[in-house]
Design a protein around this ligand. Sequence first.
Ligand code: SF4
Length: 338
Amino acid sequence: MRFPLGLTLAVSRYMMSQAVHRRKRYPTTLMLEPLYTCNLACVGCSTERHTGKLSDRLTLAECLEAVDVSNTPTMSLCGGEPTLYPELPDLIEGLVKRGKYIFLCTNTLAIEKGLFDRIPPDPHLLVNVHLDGMRETHDFVCNRKGVFDHAVAMIGESKRRGYQTMTNTTVYQETSMAEVEELCEMLMGMDVDGMLISPGYQYSTVEQDIFMKRDDIHAKFSQVMALSKRYPLTATPGFLRFCAGQKELKCSPYSTVTRTPMGWKGPCYLIEEKFYPTYDEFWNSTDWEYWESRQDERCRNCYMHSGFEASAVQAASSNPKELLELMAWNMTKPKRKK
Ligand code: SF4
């Protein structure tokens, strides 16, 4: 399967219970950013995510309160660099006790002391390594030489130690699809458990023009669709069709709610129009209809996984043909040849 069975069942149960309660909008993933401190300053990252002081991090109690109030089955533990979060072992323990599935997003620079030495593998924990291309591209994106080699070594070490290990790749304007294929081939050879490939978001705080516009995204993701038949890509067929320009979707900004050291971020994971002190305030004062419609200037070139994957899954669940395709896709995972 593309995703672990337990995770698939937990998400399916959750979605069914939302349908039974006739909820039109609900979150599926909590983007938990306990700290805005990072050991890198990548060129495609919004500035506030890597310039925060460690002392301004969320407390363990604040993190767990965010988990309980949003009540999603999955979470993306990001930041900042989450392996620098001093309370990470207690946080992961609290999440596992609650039955949550955790994607721990890391650049791997501090993974040995931050994760390997402190937290054992668990079926609920998926290590998700940032890797935006082969050596030259990834080191350029991370603004530091040697990051690629370290990340590749740590992917191997993570697998060796028994952690479920995935990768997360952002495609930029300059990214060549031949390089993306080379990366997929290398990662498949390392037997990674999944690869997410998605377009980057044009943050207003990023000065360099590295982000793709609509036509670039459509052209590159037509090729990613072909790659998903040969490699264990984790973006669903519906989402990839949307990125390839073959399908229209409304946005689901509410599907990935974001708790940061500055509060609940609204309206979505990407746009920080306002930080709210409480979840209820965030949820009840965001104009979801407006943001779903993508009429805002800042939504124009957005094809973000955080906004549209849930839309793709919801669209598939009301279309028998697409639902069958989605189920078949999840059951059939391309594997490396032994
Ligand atoms: S289209 Fe993108 S930027 Fe606009 S609300 Fe959705 S996720 Fe946010």
